[in-house]
Design a protein around this ligand. Structure first.
Ligand code: GUN
Length: 292
């Protein structure tokens, strides 16, 4: 049984990116520049964005953080997006989600210039991904592909069950794993809240991608012997023994399934650290004009 060390993998990828940035600098090329827009004071969003900015510094990218109050109007945010679209020094940018309720997230996503959409959320990028054209891949699925590749996990011909059909994780993951690609060629089942007999589906899975957002949802009785488990969940459960009063657990009952699986990602330290690497890799691609 192998525990997939996302933390170490992320460190390795960042070190590789830092080397690439050094050679760009040495050759007098343009330093990749990522901008992040953070609206309001959602604690989780603050921590994610802080991590993105810190990661930029670690690999030698330039970064710009634009913070605005929760009360910003939709028009004012659209203006910020427009400025970033036009700023030649910014290679890529993200608008951290969720946004306040009075702002239409879809409208903001559509306003981002696809060639700067390093989150890969714009329908232009999503559509290109679905058709196997060059595109920015969304961070979490891209990070998972990296994990599968770097741990030499065979995907071709395997049966993969993705649980959860979000636009950010489940749906793109199901498309990517079924594509004709080195990490792909899976037979994919996309399971969701209306799936009739989920256990029957997961018991057939060689690979399970759990992205439901429910603590310890996937239990040992749902897992086939030798399965590969990728746990995307980050759920808070009360824990009085912790100073902050909670601990983080995944969507999978980690301890319960451990003796059955061939590979598993832990929470924390699995998929999470990989997502920011994906964003960095997309930003490097943006600065080199590799996608568009
Ligand atoms: N909120 C949660 N995950 C993400 C992400 O990957 N990108 C953005 N922009 N917002 C998020």
């Amino acid at each position: 049984m192998t525990i997939i060390d996302g933390k170490q993998l992320a460190k390795d990828i960042k070190a590789e990116l830092a080397i690439k940035v050094s050679s760009i600098k040495a050759a007098g090329g343009k330093i990749p520049h990522l901008a992040a827009v953070l609206i309001g004071d959602n604690a989780a969003s603050e921590s994610y964005v802080r991590n993105k900015v810190r990661s930029c510094e670690q690999v030698g990218f330039n970064s710009t953080l634009i913070r605005q109050d929760e009360s910003i109007s939709e028009d004012a945010l659209l203006e910020i997006v427009d400025d970033l679209n036009r700023d030649d020094d910014i290679d890529g940018f993200i608008v951290q989600l969720p946004l306040p309720k009075h702002i239409n997230e879809q409208k903001i996503t559509l306003a981002i210039e696809p060639k700067k959409d390093v989150d890969g959320f714009h329908p232009m990028n999503f559509g290109r991904m679905a058709q196997g054209l060059p595109s920015y891949l969304p961070a979490t699925p891209y990070g998972i592909l990296q994990m599968l590749e770097r741990y030499n996990i065979e995907t071709s011909g395997k049966h993969c069950v993705v649980i959860g059909r979000s636009n950010i994780v489940g749906t793109p993951m199901s498309i990517l794993l079924s594509r004709k690609a080195k990490i792909g060629n899976c037979t994919v089942t996309l399971a969701h809240s209306r799936t009739k007999d989920l256990k029957a589906e997961t018991l057939r899975a060689d690979i399970i991608i759990a992205a439901i957002g429910r603590a310890n949802f996937v239990t040992a009785d749902m897992v086939k012997e030798g399965a590969v488990i990728i746990d995307v969940g980050i759920n808070r459960v009360e824990d009085a023994t912790k100073k902050r009063g909670y601990r983080l657990v995944g969507d999978v009952d980690f301890e319960g399934v451990l003796s059955k699986v061939s590979h598993i990602t832990p929470v924390p330290g699995g998929v999470g650290p990989m997502t920011v690497c994906s964003l960095m890799m997309n930003t490097l691609k943006a600065s080199k004009g590799e996608i568009f």
